[in-house]
Design a protein around this ligand. Structure first.
Ligand SMILES: *[C@@H]1O[C@H](CO)[C@@H](O)[C@H](O)[C@H]1NC(C)=O
Length: 306
């Protein structure tokens, strides 16, 4: 059933994380701090890797790609939120909302694929150390990156096109601090069944396949570490995986946690607050996890700063 009124919606209202006036300066300060920390932390990682030629190996090049993607990922949501608090306006245009959703999903998906590619890289390094440079050739690395970019672009395009077929009528308030796909879909006054099917199918597929890849890589890595005879070798192998594994747990753990908790709560504002974890906190912590645990990165940072 099509709604009678076919005028095109031109804007949405982003409710933010709190409607209370006295919370606004606190939210502004907190998010500005987290955004700057994410930006500077990840930028330092990129610069440290680019300026140190010892770190021009696939593992670190993927890491600097990850840092770049993390900066872009938070930049899709936080600056707009800060601007809305500052100007005391909650408005986002229809096109703005669509492009925010596009880039948010694009960079989020890219993070997901990069973590998978990085686990494959660790698998080759630990299980096939003698063939590492042959297998992880610049050509394969480039192909893996290209495939990740293409798949992420197609995935976000699909979701955006699915939104374009919906019509929106009167309910335009998004109970979130950015245009979150699920929230936007459920404001529509046309039938959203097909959208839900596509969302669950694609998120399921693009979540399960990378996670299975990571799981398989790490099960091989762990069994091959356990077979090593020297404790020193075990320690060394494990320390190169430790940071990556921590980031994997943080990324998927917060994502799954947020989805389980929003399934449990009926209050959309609570799930918006929970989503701050994977949209803002995870990209902020990644550089710290790497720089605190990794000797090479620490050295490169010191060299660059001095
Ligand atoms: C991403 O990785 C590729 C190849 O692995 C590398 O050539 C490129 O410099 C990296 N980009 C960034 C921004 O780190």
């Amino acid at each position: 059933m099509e709604p009678g009124n076919q005028t095109r919606v031109t804007e949405f209202i982003l409710m933010g994380l709190s409607e209370e006036a006295k919370m606004q300066p606190l939210l502004f300060g907190l998010f500005l701090f987290m955004y700057l920390t994410t930006f500077i932390g990840n930028l330092l990682i990129i610069l440290a890797i680019i300026t140190d030629s010892h770190l021009h190996t696939p593992m670190y090049l993927f890491l600097s790609n990850l840092s770049f993607v993390d900066i872009c990922f938070t930049s899709t949501t936080v600056p707009k939120m800060l601007l809305n608090i500052k100007t005391q306006s909650h408005i986002i245009t229809y096109e703005g909302c669509l492009s925010q959703m596009y880039f948010f999903m694009f960079f989020g998906q890219l993070d997901n694929f990069l973590l998978t590619v990085m686990s494959y890289d660790r698998f080759v390094a630990i299980c096939h150390p003698l063939h590492y440079t042959v297998i992880m050739s610049p050509k394969l690395c480039g192909l893996l990156l290209l495939a990740s970019w293409l798949l992420s672009a197609l995935d976000s395009l699909l979701h955006d096109l699915m939104i374009l077929r919906l019509s929106f009528c009167t309910e335009l308030k998004i109970p979130h601090f950015f245009c979150e796909l699920n929230q936007v879909v459920h404001l529509a006054c046309s039938d959203t069944f097909l959208n839900d099917v596509v969302i669950y199918f694609v998120i399921g597929l693009l979540g399960v396949i990378p996670l299975t890849g990571i799981f398989l890589s790490y099960s091989k890595i762990i069994s091959s570490i356990l077979k090593m005879s020297s404790t020193e070798g075990k320690f060394k192998a494990f320390s190169t995986c430790g940071s990556h594994l921590s980031v994997v747990f943080l990324f998927y753990g917060t994502f799954v946690g947020v989805y389980l908790s929003s399934a449990a709560t009926q209050n959309p504002m609570e799930s918006a607050i929970a989503s701050v974890m994977y949209t803002v906190v995870t990209p902020m912590l990644n550089p710290f996890i790497y720089s605190l645990r990794n000797k090479d990165i620490k050295q490169a940072l010191k060299k660059m700063i001095s």
